[in-house]
Design a protein. Structure first.
Length: 78
């Protein structure tokens, strides 16, 4: 991993796909990113990956919260 690559566990933007994801690791020549709400990770070109800004991290928290609420049992008491 170079100094420019986001560390594992951080939020990053794949600028080629315009997608935000969690950095899961660095495998071979790629950075592996996972969607915010879970799902299949994808390989991204490290030259096209950058750390997420504060605004993008806030958006990520909001998206993740919406996704978790959508999959919950329908309320706080369920």
């Amino acid at each position: 991993m170079t100094e420019e690559e986001p560390p594992e566990g951080s939020l990053a933007i794949d600028t080629e796909r315009d997608k935000l994801g969690y950095v899961m690791g660095h495998v071979g020549p790629y950075v592996q990113l996972r969607p915010l709400a879970g799902g299949r990770a994808w390989d991204a070109d490290p030259a096209r990956v950058r750390r997420a800004t504060d605004a993008e991290r806030l958006r990520a928290v909001q998206e993740r919260t919406r996704a978790l609420n959508a999959t919950s049992g329908g309320g706080p008491l369920s």
